[in-house]
Design a protein around this ligand. Structure first.
Ligand SMILES: NC(=O)c1ccc[n+]([C@@H]2O[C@H](COP(=O)([O-])OP(=O)(O)OC[C@H]3O[C@@H](n4cnc5c(N)ncnc54)[C@H](O)[C@@H]3O)[C@@H](O)[C@H]2O)c1
Length: 333
């Protein structure tokens, strides 16, 4: 299992972590935004070659991976070399994908720099690139280390902090400890990030390849993925998930009497959207064709109470009704 370090100021420990891996060579994959903000602090500590890609989801592609593979060959990289991914989920997914495929797997270290990547994308061993659709090509590959320094979030725009809270509220529904913390907290801190990472690790440890228990991490994602897709990815992942969490809460209320106001209050507290302005039938269609749907069935993770969820098939009629309840054409995300 990978080493995960979560501490304010821990970026300074990178040199020691790299020495422990003892790589033949090291590259840092990052993007043009992080290059200006945080790359120097890394290059001051370790001897590494930077590979800088443009900023944007569209660069999480086979084309970028191919360019990096070529660079690695030119550099004389081997599987005893280390790839460090410095960035948000786009960079960590791509760097991990490249590391898992180059010569059947190199050493890998991740330094997630967005809240979303710190609590989710860099944790749990999923790698991916977009190919004809989002995350269609990917592998499961655990990094040698993940270095999470909350200090890095100080340069992150507020909208990206809110985006991360979409996933954090999800952890709050899955886990009572996170829920309790969220009640008296407004900004992310080391302790909250640790709690969230622990929830994810606890689940992934039992089911790396998402055959069973890991599916509960998809809470809010059945509707969330559909919202991302139908909006043409105009709506960010964390915001799509937050609308999805509201949908799951309302469906659960109809099926098992869950109090959906609990979720509504949390989303409001963290300034997250709970309404959409999309066509409900289009959303339903997208849900049925999602790679995580099971032969077109509408499967939902539904909260029963805070800290307890069930996975259930839900009828089209119920889903459509809730999507219509959540429709608000004035909600611009
Ligand atoms: N592998 C997984 O389990 C998993 C889970 C969730 C999401 N993801 C993937 O993660 C990606 C989304 O990740 P994201 O939300 O981090 O977006 P992102 O990587 O695009 O980062 C968002 C923006 O913030 C900028 N940025 C990053 N760190 C910064 C910092 N410290 N200071 C200033 N600017 C900074 C980036 O350059 C970018 O412009 C998607 O591709 C998604 O598929 C993967």
């Amino acid at each position: 299992m990978e080493r995960i370090i979560i501490r304010e100021g821990s970026l300074k420990k990178l040199k020691k972590l790299v020495e422990e891996v003892s790589p033949y060579k090291t590259v840092v994959i990052t993007n043009t935004t992080l290059e200006k903000l945080w790359l120097n602090e890394i290059l001051d500590q370790i001897d590494a070659i930077p590979l800088v890609i443009p900023d944007g989801e569209e660069f999480k592609s086979l084309n970028t991976a191919e360019k990096i593979w070529k660079n690695l060959i030119e550099i004389g990289f081997t599987r005893k070399s280390l790839i460090i991914g410095l960035g948000g989920g786009v960079v960590t997914d791509l760097a991990a994908f490249v590391a898992s495929t180059f010569m059947r797997g190199t050493y890998l270290g991740l330094i997630p720099t967005t809240l979303l990547a710190q609590v989710d994308a860099a944790i749990g061993g999923k790698t991916g690139i977009n190919f004809e659709g989002k995350n269609i090509i990917g592998t499961f590959y655990l990094p040698n280390f993940v270095l999470i320094d909350p200090k890095i979030l100080k340069t992150l725009p507020k909208i990206e902090i809110l985006n991360g809270f979409g996933e954090i509220v999800k952890y709050g529904i899955l886990d009572r400890n996170v829920f309790n913390k969220l009640n008296f907290l407004k900004n992310p801190n080391e302790e909250l990030i640790k709690e969230c990472v622990n929830v994810k690790l606890g689940i992934v440890k039992e089911d790396l390849r998402e055959r069973g228990k890991r599916r509960i991490l998809n809470l809010g994602h059945t509707v969330g993925h559909a919202i991302e897709k139908v909006s043409g990815y105009r709506i960010k992942h964390g915001f799509a998930v937050s609308i999805g969490l509201m949908a799951s809460a309302l469906i659960a209320e109809k099926i098992n009497g869950f109090d959906s106001a609990i979720v509504e209050r949390l989303l409001e507290k963290f300034e997250l959207p709970n309404k959409h302005d999309l066509d409900s039938k289009e959303l339903l269609k997208a849900m049925k064709s999602d790679k995580k749907s099971w032969y077109g069935k509408l499967t939902f993770v539904l909260p029963e109470e805070i800290g307890k969820v069930n996975i259930e098939n839900v009828s089209e009629k119920t889903v459509l009704k809730v999507l219509e309840e959540l429709k608000d054409d004035s909600s611009i995300n």
